[in-house]
Design a protein around this ligand. Sequence first.
Ligand SMILES: [Zn+2]
Length: 382
Amino acid sequence: MLASSATGRVGAPLALASAALLFLIPATVAPLMLVSTYGASREAWLPSSASALWRDGFPSLGLLVAAFSIALPYVYLGLLIWVLGNLHFGGRRSVGPAFRWTKHLRPWVMIEVYLVGCFVSYSRIKAISTVTVAVGGYSLVAAGLIFLVALTQLDERTVWEMLRPGSVARNDLQGIAPAHGRSMSCTICDLIVGQAAAGQHCPRCGATLRLRKARSTQRTLAFVLAGYLLYIPANTLPVLTTVQFGREEHNTILSGVFELIRNDLWPLAIIVFTASIVLPLIKLFGLTWMLAATRLGSDRFLVARTRLYRSIDAIGRWSNIDIFSVSVLVALLQFGSLTAVHAGGGLVAFAAVVIITMLATVVFDPRLMWDASARSRALAKR
Ligand SMILES: [Zn+2]
């Protein structure tokens, strides 16, 4: 779809984003869930799920969980409210660059993924002991749902059209407007500019204008190879170790899925299996296919490949479910020698696979597939 008419709505997404931010505060400062077993009880907080991983000897994972589930949601919502608030009340201060950053950050804001991770760990614990959802948990559900509704109400084109280059100083457009010759579009805000503008900053959103992403194939190839290598330890090393009455039990991602099946949690088993095992493979195989087809100048399935790229880009973040679910389990199930849960080295490799494949889609330029097929078609005609 090239374009649908802009909704012109700014107030509704602004109100919803503000509400999501308001619910996010109790979700961060109040306990999410309570577990009571053997006469003792423990609480899981959003920050404690990150610090538990840190204390367990995995500072990198702790930082990752803190960034994806706490810091970036706040930054993202803050920027979004800044942009929409400015437009709603007639201001224009740094709105373009701020909105560009919301686009960059969106894949890394994982409130809703964290929510599903919480639900998986909740169901896992429920199978073995008593667990109740607390104030913070309900606030997180509200924040996550309102956040998703806010995104459906947010119309990017409305925002960009309100920031027409007409409102940008005329001087900034010198040599950038598509006068004669060929033009290209800004990849962030879709502003059409002349190809002579390559290397300059977009007058509307401030992104660097590039005809194609720099060294896209080499970078994607490097990330994809690293992804394949890390996929092996991610699936063979334990991601979770349970110590119960002195007996240790190691769980890989796959055996965690089997445990869900044993506890009759079929839907969750399917979700975790798809998100943690199938999705990373689809991403790696998909990008390999795109790289190979570009190299060979193939023009088969061009549209299908472009669509696959878009969906890989959109769903990649959901692989983080297992990381979040383990972080909650590690924070909650600490009852000394009776029951204790620890993260395993496999989780680091797994987190690396998820991030690396997400970065691979960021650096890959799907336009190269079209360039390659056009080149080979031109050669064939000659
Ligand atoms: Zn732009």
